[in-house]
Design a protein around this ligand. Structure first.
Ligand code: NAG
Ligand code: NAG
Ligand code: NAG
Ligand code: NAG
Ligand code: NAG
Ligand code: NAG
Ligand code: NAG
Ligand code: NAG
Ligand code: NAG
Ligand code: NAG
Ligand code: NAG
Length: 663
C-alpha cells in the first residue's frame, strides 16, 4: 500500500517538474551557446551528459531566473577532492579543454564556478570580463595559468572572486597563476570576498594601497607576506602558505576590526611580546581568533594576552615558546580552544584555567609542564570535550569519587602520572571516543565497569602500565578499531573483540591459550596484529591467511607449535610476518610465495626443517629474512641473491645448510 502511494506522489511530482520547466522555458540562443561551449570542453567523466534536449534550465549546473528564463548560474565545479593521481575520481571527472567565447551569449550570468577542474595551464579567458552582471566568480584550482587579466577589473558587480590554488606544496607541478599589479582590483567596489591563496604576487607591490580603497572587503586570503593598515579588514588568512619567513609585524596590532588572524603553518620567527603589548585597544576588543600555530615563534607567552577579552580560539601550538602558561588566560571568558601543544612551556598549569567555562578544547601536550592538577583546574570546564595533556611531567590528583563537570570525547593523558589506581572518574564519562592513558603509572586491576562505561570508544591505548587481570571474554564495543594494550600484566585467554578492529597490539602480557580457529570471522578488517611475548600456545590457525586486510602479523616469542599454515595468503599488502621464537616445526610451505609484498620475514629460533621452497623467489620485496636457529638443510639457494635485490639483513646461521656459499 504505502509504496504504491509513494509511487503516485513521485509520478505527480515528476509531471509537475516537467510542466514547471516547460513554462520556465529556455532561451534558444542561450541553449545554443551552452552547446557550443560544451563542444569545446573535454568531459571524460560525462558530467555534462544531461546537456541534451530543449530544457536547458534543467541541465546539470545550469540555473535560470524563474521570472525571465534567462540563464543566471553556471556551476560546473568538480565535486571530487583534489588528487593528483591520474586514476583518481578527481582527475577522471575534471573538465578540460578550451573555454569557448560563446559563453558571452549568457548576458545575464551572475554566478560562474569552474573550480576544481583541470584546464591544464591555459590563461584565464579575457572575455570573462565582459560578463558584466557577474557577482560570483570562482576559478579556484581549475588549472588556469599565466597572469590574471587586468580586464577582470571591469566586473564591477563582483562580490566574490576566488582564484586560490591548491595549498599542498607537494603539488608544485601545477601551473602558476600570478598577479603583476593590483590596480585593476581597485575597480571592484562591491568586492567582499577575495581569495588569492598561492597566487604569485611577487611583482605586485601596490597591495596595501589598493586594499585600502575597497570599501566592502571583509574577507581576504593571500599568500604573500603582506600587511598593513586596512581599516575594514575583519579576516586575514595567510595560513599554510609558502613558508612565510620573518617576524610578526607589529602593525597587525592596529587592524581595528580584525576578528580573525590566521598565520598558522608558516615560518614566522621571533617573539609575540611586542605585537601583543603594543596592540591597540580596538583589536583587543575585536579579535576572536588568533592562530599562530606551526611557526618558529619563541620567548615567553605575554601576560597581556589576557586583555584580548573576546578571544574564542588561541592557537600557539607547534612553536618554540618557553616559560609558564600565563595565568591571565584564565580570564578569557569566551575562550573555546586553547592550543599550546608542542612547545617548551614549563612550570605548573595555572589553576585559573579551571574558570574557562566555554572551553571545549584544551591542548597542552608535549611541553615540559610539571606539577599536579586537581579538581580546581577543571572546576568550571563544563563544556570541555577534548583534553590533550600527554607527554609532560604532569600528575593528576583527584579525590576518589570526584564527579567531573565535563563529558570528554578525547582523553589523552599519555605519560602523565594518573595511577597507581585506575582512575574512577572515568566511570562518569559516557561519550569517550579516544582514550590514551599509556605509560600513566597505573598498577591496578582493570575494573569491570570500564568495559561497560564507554560504548562509543574507538581508540584505546593503555600500553606501558602495570594493569592486571583478565579481560572479559567478549568486548561488545562496536566502534572499537584501535586497541593498544601492550606491556601490561593482562592474563587469561585472548578476548573476542568487535569486528571493526583494525589495529590490535596485545604484546608483552601474559595472555595464554590458543588463537581462535575462526579468527578471520571475528577480525575481518584487521591490519596489524601483535601478540608477541605472551604465553600463547596451540598452532597457527589457517584462518589468519583469510584476513585479506593484514599488513603486519607478529606472533613471536610465544609457545606456538605445529606447522606453518599451508594456505594462500589473501592480503595483497602484507609487509611483515614474525613467527620467530616459537616451537614451530615442519617445512616452509610453498604457499609462502604468495606473500609477494612481504618486506620482512622472521622465522628464526623454531624447529623448522627441510629445504627452502623455490616459491620464496616470489618474495622479491624482502628487506629482512631471518631463518636462523632452525633445522633447514640442503644448499643455500643462489636465487636469494638473484631475486631479493632489496635484502639488507639475511640470517641463515645455526641451521644444517651444506655446500658452498653462492656467489
Ligand atoms: C527557481 O525556482 C525553483 C523552484 O522554486 C528553485 O528551486 C530554484 O532555486 C529557483 N532558481 C533560481 C535561480 O532562483
Ligand atoms: C570556490 O571553489 C572552491 C573549490 O570548489 C571552494 O572550496 C570555495 O569554497 C569556493 N569559494 C567560494 C567563495 O565559494
Ligand atoms: C575592460 O578592461 C580593459 C582593460 O582594463 C579595457 O581596455 C576595456 O576597455 C574594458 N572593457 C570594457 C567593456 O569596459
Ligand atoms: C625558516 O626560517 C629560517 C630562519 O628563521 C630559515 O633558515 C629557513 O630556511 C626557513 N625555512 C623555509 C622553508 O623557508
Ligand atoms: C563558573 O562559571 C559560572 C558561570 O559562568 C560563574 O558564575 C562562576 O563564578 C564560575 N566559577 C568559578 C570558580 O570560576
Ligand atoms: C614529547 O615532548 C617533547 C617536547 O617536550 C617533544 O620533543 C617530543 O617529540 C614529544 N614526544 C612525543 C611522542 O610526542
Ligand atoms: C613514560 O613516562 C615517563 C614519565 O612518567 C617518561 O620519563 C618516559 O619517557 C615515558 N616513556 C615513554 C615510552 O613515553
Ligand atoms: C596450552 O597451555 C595450557 C596451559 O596454559 C594447556 O592446558 C594446554 O594444553 C596447552 N595447549 C596446547 C595445545 O599445548
Ligand atoms: C628461542 O625461543 C625460546 C622460546 O621458544 C626462548 O626461550 C629462547 O630464549 C630463544 N632463544 C634465543 C637465542 O633467542
Ligand atoms: C616443541 O614441540 C615438540 C613437538 O614438536 C615437543 O616435543 C616439545 O616439547 C616442544 N617444546 C616446547 C618447549 O614446548
Ligand atoms: C609466484 O608468483 C607467480 C607470478 O606472480 C604466481 O603465479 C604464483 O602463484 C606465485 N607462487 C605462489 C606460491 O604464490
Amino acid at each position: 500500500m504505502a509504496s504504491s502511494i509513494q509511487l503516485v506522489v513521485l509520478v505527480l511530482a515528476y509531471i509537475q517538474a516537467l510542466q514547471l520547466s516547460s513554462c520556465m522555458g529556455c532561451k534558444e540562443e542561450e541553449r545554443q551557446a551552452l552547446l557550443t561551449f560544451k563542444q569545446s570542453l573535454q568531459d571524460p567523466g560525462n558530467r555534462l551528459s544531461s546537456w541534451v534536449g530543449d530544457h536547458c534550465c534543467q541541465w546539470r549546473g545550469v540555473g535560470c531566473d524563474n521570472g525571465t528564463g534567462h540563464i543566471i548560474e553556471l556551476d560546473l565545479h568538480n565535486p571530487y577532492a583534489f588528487n593528483i593521481d591520474e586514476s583518481s575520481p578527481y582527475n577522471r571527472r575534471s573538465l578540460r579543454g578550451e573555454i569557448d567565447p560563446s559563453l558571452l551569449q549568457l548576458k545575464h550570468l551572475q554566478y560562474l564556478d569552474l573550480s576544481m577542474n583541470n584546464f591544464e595551464g591555459i590563461s584565464v579567458p579575457e572575455f570573462i570580463s565582459s560578463l558584466e552582471n557577474l557577482r560570483h566568480l570562482n576559478l579556484s584550482n581549475a588549472g588556469f595559468g599565466g597572469t590574471i587579466p587586468h580586464s577582470l577589473g571591469n566586473l564591477t558587480n563582483l562580490r566574490v572572486l576566488s582564484l586560490f590554488l591548491h595549498l599542498d606544496p607537494r603539488y608544485f607541478l601545477l601551473p602558476e597563476l600570478s598577479i603583476d599589479n593590483f590596480q585593476w582590483l581597485s575597480h571592484l567596489r562591491s568586492l567582499e570576498h577575495l581569495d588569492l591563496r598561492k597566487v604569485n604576487l611577487r611583482e605586485a607591490d601596490d597591495w596595501l594601497h589598493v586594499m585600502n580603497t575597497l570599501p566592502s572587503l571583509s574577507e581576504l586570503r593571500l599568500s604573500s607576506y603582506l600587511f598593513g593598515k586596512v581599516a575594514s579588514l575583519e579576516l586575514l588568512d595567510l595560513s599554510s602558505n609558502e613558508y612565510i619567513n620573518g617576524e610578526l609585524p607589529v602593525t597587525l596590532g592596529s587592524l581595528c576590526k580584525l576578528r580573525s588572524l590566521d598565520l598558522s603553518k608558516n615560518n614566522i620567527s621571533g617573539d609575540i611580546l611586542e605585537f601583543i603589548e603594543s596592540s591597540s585597544g580596538c583589536i583587543e576588543d575585536s579579535l576572536q581568533l588568533l592562530d599562530l600555530s606551526g611557526n618558529r615563534l619563541c620567548g615567553y607567552l605575554p601576560n597581556a594576552l589576557g586583555r584580548f577579552q573576546n578571544l574564542k580560539l588561541v592557537g600557539l601550538g607547534s612553536n618554540l615558546f618557553t616559560g609558564p602558561i600565563p595565568s591571565s588566560l584564565g580570564g578569557l571568558s569566551s575562550l573555546q580552544v586553547l592550543h599550546l601543544t608542542g612547545n617548551k612551556l614549563s612550570g605548573n598549569v595555572p589553576e585559573s584555567l579551571g574558570q574557562l567555562s566555554e572551553l571545549v578544547e584544551l591542548r597542552i601536550a608535549s611541553n615540559m609542564l610539571q606539577g599536579s592538577l586537581s579538581e580546581a583546574h577543571f572546576s568550571n570546564l563544563t563544556k570541555l570535550e577534548f583534553l590533550f595533556m600527554s607527554n609532560n611531567s604532569l600528575a593528576l590528583n583527584f579525590r576518589v569519587g570526584w564527579v567531573p563537570p565535563f563529558q570528554l570525547k578525547y582523553i589523552h593523558l599519555g605519560s602523565c602520572q594518573v595511577g597507581p589506581l585506575f582512575p574512577s572518574w572515568l566511570r562518569t564519562q559516557k561519550g569517550v571516543v579516544r582514550l590514551d592513558m599509556s605509560n600513566a603509572s597505573i598498577s591496578d586491576h582493570m575494573p569491570d565497569w570500564f568495559w561497560k562505561s564507554s560504548p562509543h570508544i574507538s581508540y584505546l591505548d593503555l600500553s606501558d602500565n602495570q594493569i592486571k587481570g583478565k579481560m572479559p571474554r567478549s568486548l561488545k564495543f562496536k566502534a572499537l578499531s584501535e586497541i593498544v594494550l601492550n606491556s601490561n600484566l593482562f592474563e587469561g585467554p585472548l578476548p573476542h573483540f568487535s569486528s571493526n578492529v583494525i589495529y590490535l597490539d596485545l604484546s608483552n602480557n601474559f595472555f595464554s591459550g590458543p588463537i581462535h580457529p575462526r579468527v578471520h570471522k571475528m577480525l575481518p578488517r584487521l591490519q596489524l596484529l601483535s601478540l608477541s611475548s605472551n604465553l600463547i600456545n596451540g598452532s597457527i590457525p589457517l584462518s589468519l591467511c583469510k584476513i585479506y586486510t593484514l599488513i603486519a602479523l607478529d606472533l613471536s616469542k610465544n609457545q606456538l607449535s605445529g606447522q606453518l599454515p599451508h594456505c594462500m595468503w589473501e592480503s595483497s599488502e602484507f609487509a611483515a610476518l614474525d613467527f620467530s621464537n616459537n616451537n614451530l616445526s615442519g617445512v616452509i610451505p610453498s604457499s609462502m610465495g604468495s606473500l609477494v609484498s612481504l618486506e620482512s620475514l622472521h622465522l628464526g629460533n623454531n624447529s623448522l626443517s627441510g629445504e627452502l621452497p623455490l616459491s620464496l623467489q616470489n618474495c622479491t620485496e624482502l628487506v629482512t629474512l631471518d631463518l636462523g636457529r632452525n633445522g633447514f638443510s640442503g644448499r643455500i639457494p643462489p636465487w636469494i641473491g638473484e631475486s631479493m635485490s632489496h635484502l639488507v639483513i639475511l640470517r641463515l646461521r645455526s641451521n644444517m645448510f651444506s655446500g658452498g656459499i653462492p656467489s
